[in-house]
Design a binder for this molecule. Structure first.
Ligand SMILES: O=C(O)C1=C[C@@H](OP(=O)(O)O)[C@@H](O)[C@H](O)C1
Ligand SMILES: C=C(OP(=O)(O)O)C(=O)O
Length: 426
């Protein structure tokens, strides 16, 4: 178990490493839904096993699906997950008096995808999560489900919610993805079995990267049970590309790379390895996904010019108010970042150590830990929050090269180095 606070000891000199990162969260949670909707047994290889995917697996099991989880022989932190799909049927449901309870934690994907999925059941479901998940938006998705004819009861249009599943229902709905693209993905994953026609409204809907990922997965996912391989998580990989860049900014070729870097084109964050020399402007809408946070935090150290990170609106309603969190914690380390509307402009500069507030946001913890490879005195509060998507992140940092970066990580209070087991966030 990780302590309350840890300190990252900077690495003297460079490092050469090739890191394995766990399976993609976005693909794992989509594949679990699609496998449950398929006809027959699907075996998912390389699935991420973290808080967000465990939430999805737990919910599917509570819904009556046979889901078996086994160790992945190739990467011990990943799992092989076998799902017995039922062709669109959902076996279990509750009643109006006693809805079936589904806990989604702080997994946006589970909260949104399962809201649409349970409409295909026959009975009543109650979805709830952690406090932050109850603050995160759901309104446009609930509105679309109501348009399709389902009863969705939530006085403030957030979680907790009671949803009355009445099975497939041919119909049309429109959904705005202004607050989260996951609303459209949720509907598209279930649209085939539900017989829903979904119109997506908002800017650049055709190119919204996570919606495109959903469409491609829906098209290519085996319908009648088969094997499906989940590629590594590019957002998780971004921390290691950034580490190489921070440690050897002038190196011609990256000194740290990520094994089996995805080439499918499904994950927008696979672009991260091509943006290590940050351009003057980067948009969260079409250029990078979650890894834009990695770019924002590395910019003061690796860029020779100011960088404008644009279209950050959705980040305000994720694990925390991320625009505010990034600006505040960068300032704490001495970096200059100016917020104008949904744009953050980050300036090159010299940084100093600080105790970083992570706001229970895994990506805040991982981005700022990488800064600590160069800046001395970076302490990370609540490092265990990485368990949302990357439980062995700190183990990968600490493992000797070439499989890890060989970083020393200290207990925040005793200053003793932590060993392998102590660095796992469960
Ligand atoms: O569909 C997905 O898998 C995701 C979509 C994105 O959310 P928003 O569309 O809410 O920005 C992203 O931030 C999240 O980590 C994963
Ligand atoms: C925003 C994120 O997660 P989600 O919306 O899936 O909870 C994330 O992983 O950065």
């Amino acid at each position: 178990m990780l302590p309350d606070t840890i300190e990252i000891v900077p690495l003297e000199g460079g490092v050469r490493a090739e890191i394995t990162v766990p399976g993609s969260k976005s693909i794992t949670n989509r594949a679990l839904i699609l496998a449950a909707l398929a006809d027959g047994r699907t075996i998912l290889h390389g699935a991420l096993w973290s808080e967000d995917t465990q939430a999805m697996v737990d919910c599917l099991q509570r819904l009556g699906f046979d889901v078996e989880v086994g160790i992945d022989p190739e990467e011990s932190s990943d799992r092989t997950i076998a799902v017995q799909g039922l062709g669109g049927k959902i076996p279990s449901a509750g009643s109006a008096n006693e809805p079936l309870d589904l806990f989604v934690g702080n997994a946006g994907t589970a909260a949104r995808f399962l809201s649409a999925f349970v409409c295909l059941g026959q009975g009543t479901y109650r979805l709830h999560g952690v406090k932050r998940m109850h603050e995160r938006p759901q309104a446009a998705l609930f509105q679309a489900l109501r348009e399709l004819g389902y009863q969705v009861d939530s006085p403030n249009n957030k979680l907790p919610v009671i949803i009355h599943g009445t099975g497939p229902k041919k119909g049309t709905c429109s959904v705005s993805i202004g607050e989260s693209s996951q609303f459209a993905s949720a509907l598209l994953l279930c649209a085939g079995k539900g017989r829903w026609s979904v119109k997506i409204v908002g800017e650049n809907t055709e190119e919204s990267p996570y919606v495109v990922m959903t469409s491609r997965l829906v098209e290519s996912f085996p319908q009648h049970g088969s094997e499906f391989h989940i590629e590594p998580d590019a957002s998780s990989g971004s921390y290691f590309w950034a580490a190489g860049k921070i440690l050897s900014p002038d190196a011609k070729n990256p000194t740290v790379s990520v094994k089996e870097w995805p080439t499918s084109g499904w994950q927008i964050d696979a672009e991260f390895s091509k943006c290590l020399d940050l351009p003057e402007t980067i948009s969260r809408e079409g250029q990078l996904g979650d890894s834009i946070m990695t770019g924002i935090v590395m910019a003061p150290l690796t860029s020779t010019h100011p960088v404008r990170f644009t279209d950050l609106g959705r980040l305000r309603v994720q694990e925390c108010e991320r625009v505010h969190a990034l600006r505040t914690e960068l300032a704490r380390c001495g970096a200059k970042a100016i917020e104008t509307g949904d744009t953050l402009e980050v300036f090159p500069g010299t940084l100093h150590g600080a105790e970083i507030e992570t706001y229970n946001d895994h990506r805040m913890a991982m981005c700022f830990a990488i800064l600590g490879l160069k800046v001395s005195g970076i302490k990370i509060k609540n490092p265990a929050c990485v368990k949302k998507t990357f439980p062995d992140f700190f183990q990968k940092l600490a493992a000797p090269a070439p499989h890890g970066l060989g970083v020393t990580i200290l207990h925040g209070r005793t200053h003793k180095p932590l060993n392998g087991e102590e660095l796992f966030a469960d």
